[in-house]
Design a protein around this ligand. Sequence first.
Ligand code: N01
Length: 476
Amino acid sequence: MAIKLNENPALGDFLVIDKGVEVGGTWRDNTYPGAACDVPSQLYSFSFSPNRDWSRSFSPQPEIHAYMKRVAEEAGVLDRFRFGVSVESAAWDEADNVWRISTTAGEISANVLVTGSGGLSEPKLPEIDGIDTFAGEIFHSARWNHDYDLTGKRVAIIGTGASSIQIVPEVAKKVAHLDVYQRTAPWVLPRNDRAYLGVEKLGFRFVPGFQKAYRTAIYWALESRVPMFTGQLPQMRIAATAMAKRNIAKGITDPELRKTVTPDFEIGCKRVLISNAYYPALARDNVDVVTDGITEITPTGLVTSDGTIREVDAIIVATGFYTTDQPIAAHVKGLDGRTLADAWSEHGMAAYKGTTISGFPNLFQIVGPNTGLSHSSMVFIIESQIAYAISALTTMKAKHIASVEPLRAAQEEWNADLQSRMQRTVWNSGGCASWYLDEHGKNTILWPRSTFKFRQLLSTFDIDSYVTTPSKEQVA
Ligand code: N01
């Protein structure tokens, strides 16, 4: 967003507030051993800034973070960032058509507010009795304590999601013993990860069009999987399930353990994970998979429902993030002083085109409600939303408009269509609980159509779907 605003100076001045110490978001915060992207590298980069230097087909976290820092630096936008500053509140001032924003570094006002605060940014800790009393080392996967050496320690990891399955193989190699607390077994497909060949790297760098063609091929390969999730081609799930079961059989020989890690819901219902190292790690002598629920944590260990106490030196909490209750929502106040959290309290998160929200003029959300993907790169969605916001700002400038707010009817129509499509997706009907569903069982996270449809629907700012206020000079 900063780069695109910088490319359009006529749209006005801008400032980026980030509570972190540098750019990178999730790739700055998630530094756990084994952290890597499960979306192919070529697609996990900005279309306007291809990375010729990816070392592998799936990039490790340090490379992605370095790429992001380089892109921001080369675009010359870093001096617009204020790092280490948090937004405490942002309130829409209807009289002056500005956002009044309180930050930990003082007050500012802005005509337009864009939130890029992330869908998976606020760690969610499990509510387990006694967790605060644990006397050993305990940290969340997204707040890894690199000062604590796990070598030779007895360790527990809670959770078996995307973060955990990347952590387990790395940690298992160095600890004395690892207990993996599995509440729900995930489906895990093989990861076709490999180092790029020298000839490919040369191609990316020197052959015009090669990298773009490579990226396009990956885009369509991933896009072809949409019908598997959205219900048009559920048969695709049969092949995927068989592949996942082969992955279990390849990594684990013990029939009991194979059974323990075989999920009992339809593939795709939760995020499909990819790893070649996870199952072999679970099969190691120094690793146990624990499926009895954790009832209590004592100062020295974890107690499960069967009464067993397992003593450990450290607990890794890989229990995910606040997702359907967006952390920034309590801090953003729109018309009549209503917060986003208030607006969403009854029926869950909802927006127009995942980006703008009725009752919240001049607010744009990057990665807003129902923009998430389970099959492709979020960078594609993010770029679509940024283009939409830039188109809105351009329209506002050209037409001397001070504020835009989506019509309630337009927002309702958008969400009614979206939720009716959602009914036949595997996320809603596949027999699992996941972070895609809110407390009412409503999927307010994912986009239930193709990504090219999303891009098409957001290709230009559709002012007819908005309530607009003319700017003061226009009125005068
Ligand atoms: O979190 P999760 P994550 N007691 O919410 C379990 C992205 N990501 O950090 O399934 C016991 O998926 C919970 O169990 P259950 C990606 O989009 C991407 O792993 O709810 N267990 C689950 O097993 C991903 O989907 C990459 O029954 C408890 C786990 O904790 C998203 O981030 C890498 C529990 C949480 O899994 C989140 O992944 C990593 C409790 N009280 C992450 N509470 C890439 O490669 C929760 N659990 C790009």
